[in-house]
Ligand binder design. Structure first.
Ligand code: NAP
Length: 293
C-alpha cells in the first residue's frame, strides 16, 4: 500500500490457525502497492469455535474479502451466501469476496494450478495424469484437471482408502475416468514403471520433500521419466524439490508448486480488486519470502 493506512483503506486478510507462517500478507501487500491500490492485507488467527463470528465480522467490519486456510476451508461453506462451481465441487473455500454484505465463496487453488500448468505450456485435455497423494491439495487439483478435460486420473496414496475415496469422489462429480495403483510396501519398492511411463503429467501431491525434509521423495522409478512428460510438485518450499530435480534430470519438464501458490493468490487479488494481478511483483515477493525462511 503506497501512502499508509487511512480512512478509505480497504482491508483483506486470511483466516486460519496457525497463521504465523503464511506467505499471503507479503504476496498481497506487495501486489496492492505495485498496483497503486489503497488496500491492506492482514493475518487473523481464528479458532474453530470462532469461525462463525469471524465470518460475520467480514460483514460487520466491511472487509473487502479474506482467504481461508487450514483448518477452516471446509467448515466455512455453510456460513456463506453463495459458492462458485469449484467451491461447491471440491467442498472447500479458500477465498471469500464481500459483495456489499453478500459473502461469496470461491476456490482458487485448482484454477491457480491450471494457470501455472498453462504457463508451462501443458494442456491437460485428454491426457493421463498420475497423482501421488490424495489429500486436500490433490482433491482441488484433481477436480480442476477433470473439469479441464483430462482423459484419465490415476491415484496412488500411502493410505489406500484415501486414494479410493478421492478417485470415487472425482469420478462421481465430474465423470472423468479413474484408476488406482498400490503404494509400494517395502522401503526399496517403487511404483510400476509402466504406470509412470503412461502418464503425461505426474502430480506430486504428498508433503514428502517439504522443508526441512528436503532429502525425502516419493518411491518412483525416476529413470523412466522422459522429455515430453511434465513433473509437477505441489510442494513449494523448497522451490526445487528432490522430486523435481530427479524428474528434470531424466528429461521431464519440472513445474514447481510456487506457480500454484502464486496464481491462487493472483486470482484472489483479481476477485477482490477487479484489477489484473501484478504477477511478476507477486512472484518476486514469494521468492523473497521463501529465501528468508
Ligand atoms: P494433506 O491433506 O495433509 O495430505 C497429505 C498427503 O501427503 C496425503 O496424501 C498423505 O498420505 C501424504 N503423505 C504425508 N506424509 C507421507 C509419507 N511420509 N509418505 C507417503 N505419503 C505421505 O495435505 P495437503 O493440504 O493435501 O498438502 C499436500 C502438500 O501440498 C503440502 O506439502 C502442501 O504444502 C502442498 N500444497 C501446496 C499448495 C500450493 O499452492 N502450491 C497448496 C496446497 C497444498 P496419507 O493419506 O497416507 O496420510
Amino acid at each position: 500500500m503506497a501512502g499508509g493506512i487511512n480512512g478509505r483503506t480497504k482491508i483483506c486478510g486470511i483466516f486460519g490457525r496457525p497463521v504465523e507462517h503464511t506467505f499471503s500478507p507479503a504476496l498481497h501487500n506487495a501486489a496492492f502497492a505495485a498496483a497503486g491500490l489503497d488496500y491492506a492485507y492482514v493475518p487473523f488467527e481464528v479458532s474453530p469455535g470462532s469461525l462463525a463470528a469471524a465470518v460475520e465480522a467480514i460483514r460487520a467490519l466491511g472487509l473487502a474479502g479474506v482467504n481461508v486456510t487450514i483448518p477452516h476451508k471446509e467448515a466455512v461453506l455453510p456460513l456463506l451466501d453463495g459458492l462458485s462451481d469449484e467451491a461447491e465441487l471440491t467442498g472447500a473455500v479458500n477465498t471469500i469476496i464481500n459483495r456489499s454484505g453478500y459473502l461469496y465463496g470461491d476456490n482458487t487453488d485448482g484454477k491457480g494450478y491450471l494457470r501455472a500448468l498453462k504457463e508451462a505450456g501443458f494442456d491437460p485435455a485428454d491426457r493421463t495424469v498420475l497423482f501421488l497423494g490424495a489429500g486436500g491439495a490433490a482433491r482441488a487439483v484433481a477436480v480442476q484437471l477433470a473439469l479441464a478435460g483430462a482423459g484419465k486420473l490415476v491415484f496412488a496414496n500411502r493410505t489406500a482408502a484415501r486414494a479410493s475415496g478421492l478417485s470415487r469422489f472425482v469420478a462421481e462429480k465430474t465423470g472423468v475416468r479413474v484408476e488406482l495403483v498400490s503404494w509400494p510396501d517395502g522401503a526399496d519398492d517403487k511404483l510400476p514403471e509402466q504406470t509412470l511411463a503412461e502418464a503425461d503429467l505426474v502430480v506430486q501431491a504428498t508433503s514428502l520433500g517439504m522443508s526441512p525434509n528436503v532429502n525425502e521423495t516419493v518411491p518412483l522409478p525416476f529413470e523412466v521419466f522422459r522429455p515430453g512428460q511434465v513433473a509437477s510438485d505441489l510442494v513449494y518450499n523448497p522451490v526445487e524439490t528432490l522430486f523435481l530435480k530427479k524428474a528434470g534430470q531424466a528429461g521431464a519438464t519440472a513445474v514447481s508448486g510456487l506457480g500454484m501458490l502464486l496464481h491462487q493468490g493472483a486470482l484472489a487479488f483479481e476477485l477482490w480488486t477487479g484489477v489484473p494481478a501484478p504477477l511478476e511483483v507477486m512472484r518476486e515477493a514469494l521468492v523473497k519470502e521463501l529465501s528468508n525462511r
